[in-house]
Design a protein around this ligand. Structure first.
Ligand SMILES: [Zn+2]
Length: 201
């Protein structure tokens, strides 16, 4: 798939559905007789997983509804699995976001939703420092930040050394004077980070 956000959503569809059943622990007690005073027998005695994360369920249903809607709008049948439909949309969304407003809308929805899923699955740690040397300033100063740099909150890797100056074609977004790379650039960025070690070796 070409669009990294649609690809991520397709890849995470199964894990997200499984995550639904891993409810957070909550106190459990047998039905109590509310006419009795609180005793040892009426205080929670154990804790178990909640049967379902309702917020996960809501997110899954929102994705399902949106993906079907986009597909119907594209004049295609929505009677397929969600990963198949996401893959179908991927073929319709132009690689360049500037071409076509419908495609741009789908791409925007995918970016926003991918962020929500990442956030939900605990894959984005705001403020998490990467164990990596910045290929441009050579400091260990790359931090994941959730920023509203492009009209919506999304995760970026940001170099916070304060002296980092990648060239114009190596970074597209700046925030507070610091260079930022959105998720779509992370694969490319990972390649650059790998090469730091190759160069140093
Ligand atoms: Zn840097």
């Amino acid at each position: 798939m070409r669009n990294p956000d649609l690809a991520y959503l397709a890849e995470r569809w199964e894990p997200l559905n499984e995550y639904r059943f891993k409810g957070s622990a909550r106190p459990w007690r047998e039905p109590i007789n509310r006419w009795l005073p609180d005793t040892d027998e009426t205080v929670p005695t154990s804790s178990g997983a909640a049967p379902m994360h309702l917020s996960t369920f809501a997110l899954i249903e929102a994705i399902r509804a949106a993906v079907r809607d986009w597909t119907v709008q594209a004049g295609r049948t929505p009677e397929r699995t969600i990963p198949e439909l996401l893959s179908g949309l991927d073929g319709l969304v132009p690689v360049h976001p500037a071409s076509g407003s419908w495609g741009r809308e789908v791409a925007g929805w995918a970016a926003d939703t991918a962020h929500r899923v990442r956030d939900h699955l605990g894959e984005v740690g705001d403020g998490q420092r990467l164990k990596a040397i910045c290929p441009w300033c050579w400091y260990q100063s790359m931090v994941i930040r959730c920023l509203d740099a492009r009209g919506q909150v999304e995760p970026f890797v940001r170099c916070e050394s304060g002296v980092c100056a990648p060239s114009e074609h190596e970074v597209s977004t700046w925030w507070e004077g610091l260079p930022c790379w959105p998720v779509g650039d992370w694969q490319w960025l990972a390649g650059r980070l790998d090469r730091v070690f190759d160069d140093a070796a």
